[in-house]
Design a protein around this ligand. Structure first.
Ligand code: KG4
Ligand code: ZN
Length: 334
C-alpha cells in the first residue's frame, strides 16, 4: 500500500510516499527556516503563504522521486493537528483535493503520533509496546505506545516545550531562530556546573510532567541582571548549565517512566532529539539499565511527511479514515 502524505503543521512543507508503513519511497522537505530567521521565530501568516506556494511542487517532487504516478497511490494522508491553523489548513485542503480527485481514502494524522512513528521508519524491527520520549519545538511528553493504535500519555509539559525553551533563551543570547542547535554547540564549550538554575517541579517527586517556564525565566533573568550590572557573562557556562538542567530533568523522568512501566525500549522523537547533551546522557543511562535506545536520524526527528505516511498506514490497517469534510485542528489533543 502506497500512501502520499502531507505535513504542513509549522514551517516545513513536506510530502512523502511511504510503502506499507515502513519503506520511504520519497520524503521531500521544503523548509522555511531562512524566511522566518529574520523575524526571530515562525510568523504564522508568512508560513501559510509559503505552504500555499510550495505544497503542490513538493507533492509532485515526492511522486517523481518515488518513481510514482498518481495512479500508484492508494491513500492520501495529512497532518490534522496540532500546529498553526493556517499552515495546517493548506495541507488539509491539498490532501482533500487529491483524495477527492483520485477517489482514494483520506487519513487524518495526529502530528505527535507521527513524530513517534518516525522510529518505525528508522528501525524495521521495532514493534509496540515501547516507551517514547517526545521532545520537540512545541511538545514535551512521555508516551506508552501500547500497540499500533493505542497510546497512553504518562506526562507532558504544563507550560513551555523543551525546544521552545532552548529557542527563547538562544534568542535572548542573540542567536537566530531556531536557537536550539546554537545552545547545543555553545554548551559543549562551557562548564555545566558553573550556575545552578532551578530544577523544574523539584518538589513533585512522583510527577512525570514537565515545566520549563520557571527555568526559562531564571536563565533570562540571569542574563538580563548581568547586562544591567554590566557584568561579563560566560555564555558558554550559561548554555551548558541550562542544557544540563533540562537534560537531567528529561532523562530522569524518562528513566522513572521506564522503571514504572518495565519497558526495555525507549524511542526518542522530536527535533530536540538532535541535542548532543541529551543523546549522550540518554545513551549512558539506557546502557546502564540494559534499555534499547531508538533515535531516528535528524531528518526524521524534525517535521517530515514520511512520519505522517508511516502513522497513516497503521491507521488504515485499523480502518480509521477521515471524511472529506475534515478540518484542521490546531489543538488536536494527543
Ligand atoms: O520537532 P521539531 O521540528 O518541532 C516541532 O514539531 O515542534 O523540532 C524543532 C525544535 C526547535 O525548537 C529547535 O531549536 C530544536 O528542535 N532543536 C534543538 C537541537 N536541534 C533542534 N534543540 C536543542 N539542541 C539541538 N541540537
Ligand atoms: Zn513537529
Amino acid at each position: 500500500m502506497k500512501i502520499l502524505a502531507f505535513e504542513t503543521s509549522c514551517d516545513e512543507t513536506s510530502c512523502a510516499v511511504v510503502e506499507d508503513g515502513r519503506r520511504i519511497c520519497s520524503n521531500v522537505i521544503s523548509t522555511q527556516i531562512a524566511i522566518h530567521k529574520k523575524f526571530g521565530g515562525v510568523v504564522p501568516e508568512i508560513a501559510s503563504r509559503h505552504h500555499i506556494e510550495d505544497v503542490l511542487p513538493v507533492a509532485l517532487e515526492a511522486l517523481r522521486e518515488a518513481d510514482c504516478t498518481w495512479d500508484d497511490i492508494d491513500a492520501i494522508a495529512v497532518t490534522e493537528g496540532p500546529g498553526l491553523v493556517g499552515a495546517l489548513l493548506v495541507g488539509v485542503a491539498a490532501a482533500k483535493a487529491c483524495a477527492w480527485a483520485l477517489n482514494k481514502p483520506l487519513i487524518a494524522v495526529n502530528h505527535m503520533e507521527g513524530h513517534i512513528f518516525a522510529n518505525l521508519l528508522q528501525y524495521p524491527d521495532l514493534e509496540p509496546p515501547f516507551l517514547s520520549l517526545v521532545v520537540s519545538g512545541g511538545h514535551t511528553m512521555l508516551v506508552v505506545v501500547e500497540d499500533y493504535n493505542t497510546f497512553k500519555l504518562l506526562g507532558q509539559t504544563r507550560d513551555d516545550a523543551a525546544g521552545e525553551t532552548f529557542d527563547k533563551i538562544a534568542r535572548v543570547m542573540g542567536f537566530p531562530y531556531p536557537g536550539g542547535p546554537h545552545i547545543d554547540r555553545l554548551a559543549a564549550e562551557g562548564n555545566a556546573e558553573a550556575i545552578h538554575f532551578p530544577i523544574p517541579l523539584r518538589r513533585e517527586h512522583d510527577t512525570l510532567d514537565f515545566s520549563f517556564s520557571g527555568l526559562k525565566s531564571a536563565v533570562i533573568n540571569y542574563l538580563h541582571t548581568a547586562e544591567m550590572k554590566k557584568q561579563e557573562v560566560n555564555k558558554a557556562d550559561v548554555a551548558a548549565s541550562f542544557q544540563k538542567t533540562v537534560v537531567d530533568d528529561v532523562v530522569g523522568k524518562a528513566m522513572q517512566a521506564l522503571e514504572r512501566t518495565g519497558f526495555k525500549t525507549l524511542a526518542l522523537a522530536g527535533g530536540v532529539a538532535a541535542n548532543h547533551g541529551l543523546r549522550h546522557t540518554l545513551e549512558e543511562e539506557c546502557h546502564k539499565r540494559g534499555v534499547r535506545l531508538c533515535r531516528p536520524d535528524p531528518v526524521l526527528c524534525t517535521d517530515n511527511g514520511a512520519m505522517i505516511g508511516c502513522r497513516a498506514y497503521y491507521m488504515a490497517q485499523a480502518g480509521v479514515y477521515a471524511p472529506l469534510t475534515l478540518n484542521a485542528d490546531p489543538r488536536l489533543p494527543f
